[in-house]
Design a protein around this ligand. Sequence first.
Ligand code: DON
Length: 325
Amino acid sequence: MKDMLPNEIISKQQQLDEMVLEFKNYTANGATASYIPALKKADPNDLGICMISSEGTFIKSGDAEKSFTLQSISKVISFILACKTRGIPSVLEYVDVEPTGDAFNSIFRLELSHPGRPFNPMINAGAITVASLLPGDSPTKKIDSLLSFLEKMIGRKPMINEDVFLSEWKTANRNRSLAYWLKETGYLLCDVEEAMEVYLKLCSIEMTVSELAQIGLILARDGIHPYSSELLFSPEIASLTKTLMLTCGMYDYSGRFAAFVGIPAKSGVSGGILAAIPPSARVLNNRSTSWGIGLYGPAIDKHGNSTAGVKLLTYLSKEWNLRLL
Ligand code: DON
């Protein structure tokens, strides 16, 4: 990676600090997720961000040292691993790539659409199916294969927050309904309770914004690790995943996020957001730098996205010319 001029790093750091300070005010417009008791305990005023570029810039600001559970951001990782181990065509037999515009835990399209294949892997129905496709013949092995894959990306095997897992496990009636429906229609390759354990434990993996930013940069660089240069997954998988993030990654706000922010991102109800910004192909925006972004702001809006996080990314994307199209 090329070295960046120290002055440029300082000015980007200052700009980011100022933005985080200003956009922290928007945390007041949201609230921590109350449907998962353990998430309610987060500090709603927190806002932290880390950005890592392919040119070696590493900047973070705000409450950037806290760890939080991935929640729906884990859907990105499990989709990549399922594609890597089974191949894209085989995974797409079980899950489509079509946005829904519905809430993440919506059930009604599963019955309406024929033959019942979940619409995409970024909503719960699709992610529960993908959990059942992961390598390993037991929940423990499936979870371990995902944790080992994450270890290759971030350099350590992350922990599962048992408190969050248990509080979700006890209240997962809607997710169990989705899983039973998927089992009935042939879109679940293991038992309902096994798929639930895998899906909910993956949602409960704990990480920091720096680690998320590193994953974002690997995605932005089409699967190539920024430090080891190892190819962790194929450019085809990276491209498909970023497309799904852009079209389906921000729940039923995905269209507006793509229109007004214009970067591939995936959020979770813990307030985390993972974003991957590849070099631009636009003639007017000849940007050759890739960025990975990790963000945490646990006060979320009615869609499930961090209120301050969405505002900050909207501004940042415009100011730093990050949008793809
Ligand atoms: O399924 C759930 O309710 C959560 N564990 C995941 C929540 C989330 O971030 C929204 N999902 N798409």
